[in-house]
Design a protein around this ligand. Sequence first.
Ligand SMILES: Nc1ncnc2c1ncn2[C@@H]1O[C@H](COP(=O)(O)OP(=O)(O)OP(=O)(O)O)[C@@H](O)[C@H]1O
Ligand SMILES: Nc1ccn([C@@H]2O[C@H](COP(=O)(O)O)[C@@H](O)[C@H]2O)c(=O)n1
Length: 565
Amino acid sequence: MFGLLTRRITCVTSSLGLRNINYIKSIMSDELPNVVFVLGGPGAGKGTQCAKIVEKFQYVHLSAGDLLREERNTEGSAFGELIENHIRNGTIVPVEITCSLLATAMKKSSQNKFLIDGFPRNKDNLDGWQKEMGSKTNVQFVLFFNCSQETCMERCLQRGAAGSGRSDDNEESLKKRFQTYVKDTMAIIEHYDALGLVRKIDASQSPDQVFEDVKKAFEYFKVRSEANRTRRWCGSRSLSFFNMSYKKESLSDVRLHAAARQGNVLAMRHLLDSGKVHIDSHDKDGTTPLMMASAAGHIECCRELISQGADPTLRRKETGASSLFLAAQGGFNDIVSLLLQSGAPVDARCKDGGTALMVASQQGYTDVCLELINSGADVHLQMKDGATSLFLASQNGHAKIVSLILSTVASANENNSSLSVEEMINVRRLDGATPLWMAAQMGFDYVVRLLLRAGANPNIIRNDGVSPLLKASQKGHVDAVGELLQSNPHLGLSQNGDSPLYAAVLRRNVPIIRILLRAGADAHLTTTRSLLSPKALAEKLRFWEIIQLFNTTESYEGSSSTSPV
Ligand SMILES: Nc1ncnc2c1ncn2[C@@H]1O[C@H](COP(=O)(O)OP(=O)(O)OP(=O)(O)O)[C@@H](O)[C@H]1O
Ligand SMILES: Nc1ccn([C@@H]2O[C@H](COP(=O)(O)O)[C@@H](O)[C@H]2O)c(=O)n1
């Protein structure tokens, strides 16, 4: 933690780049205090919504602006005048002051969930936070309240007229605050957006409507992190080989396996010291004590086994899984590091071609992925069915891992002639599915956005002739459809003869129909599968609200081509 220094932090690293692996690492840990950054223009309603979030989700609300105003009002503060000047001018106070106030407030609280409102506002804020707090906190996501300047201005002026007492609720200060917001804060939002961490909320609605969207954002991220925790717990217990029959050479071997499975390091040491057991004694499937302890997450047992000479390169006969693979599958990063330091080959392949990096990407263990990548894991490898680590991370909605892999591919491509991001991102599985296709099917709109921005082709179809847009439309993933539409995909018939608009009508999904029409989809385009157009289908099914929507939407006359993608 740092004190209230007057010296500005000099920015040496570009935290706005995607490739700052240490930075990505700092936002992964589950055990650190959780932070949600709340950003948006002045008067967008950040404070109003934070009060609701505190009530509903029990976060501690820390407003950077409030903390600065409090410091300004503190008698004898060395920074009072400096802070007041910045506030009146709508400029940003040096990060040493703001970050120190935030850190002190966090320390004072016994909680571990913080809403940090109005921070980081510029690159100085972001760099300062990264430097001092990056490795001590876990940034869950960024809530971005999006609202027009006009509305925000009106709200702040009303707040001033109602007696807020704020020296910056006046037209002159507000204009400057907006300049700072557009010039400096938007870049920070874009930075987090590129990492798949921004949830954009339409803040022009009523406070209750806004809060409905806010709740969805919290639930989305809560579900994802809880799913990760559950998997990590299951990783140590649900592996099928724990139920296997153990046919080893002697009773001592059986006991050694039991000690490794249970994490009983004393019993293990005793058995090993006795000289009666083979350290790598294995059952009929080739499972060794080190594999057992690695899969169960017993680091002390792993240390003991390695120090007594266990072989980290062995693999199970049936599946080809190594100790490293099993540790990565369970999310046990400390064991992964230990095994790598002890000579476990980082890219050891299972029989299906899977590697430790692939399984960690699939399970969502970002810290494990980082460890493996830093130890030289090859991000380009494919399973026998063609799936890459990127595919597996996308399929399971792990946006941070998607970012990490994309940045690693980009760095590797700079240094040698390996595949470029554009090539790698469009690698298809044997069934023709790309990472984008899978993320669209699963409705992981964040991942869809990340992949599209990195150059994924939205028109690559699966072998069954279905495009990502058609699949997202069939599945009813409105946000994923919205993201796909940003990249101007083909709106007409997919190769299987179906169209996204037809699929949405069939499922009576009005929000998807609306955005497809807005994007130019043609309500009269007859599908070759059903020989009906979306409009004819709506009429046949008597979906009146959809017929009305078609009749009132000029764009349904459409410009999309009828030739399949
Ligand atoms: N959704 C909304 N609709 C209408 N008025 C709102 C809404 N949300 C907040 N307000 C009002 O707008 C004003 C600004 O709201 P609030 O203080 O929450 O914004 P803020 O983003 O925290 O502002 P600042 O960045 O200036 O601290 C307040 O008077 C608040 O009551
Ligand atoms: N990270 C920050 C946050 C705020 N400020 C200064 O305080 C003013 C008011 O902030 P609100 O969030 O309450 O609107 C803001 O205009 C800045 O002058 C800051 O410097 N750094």
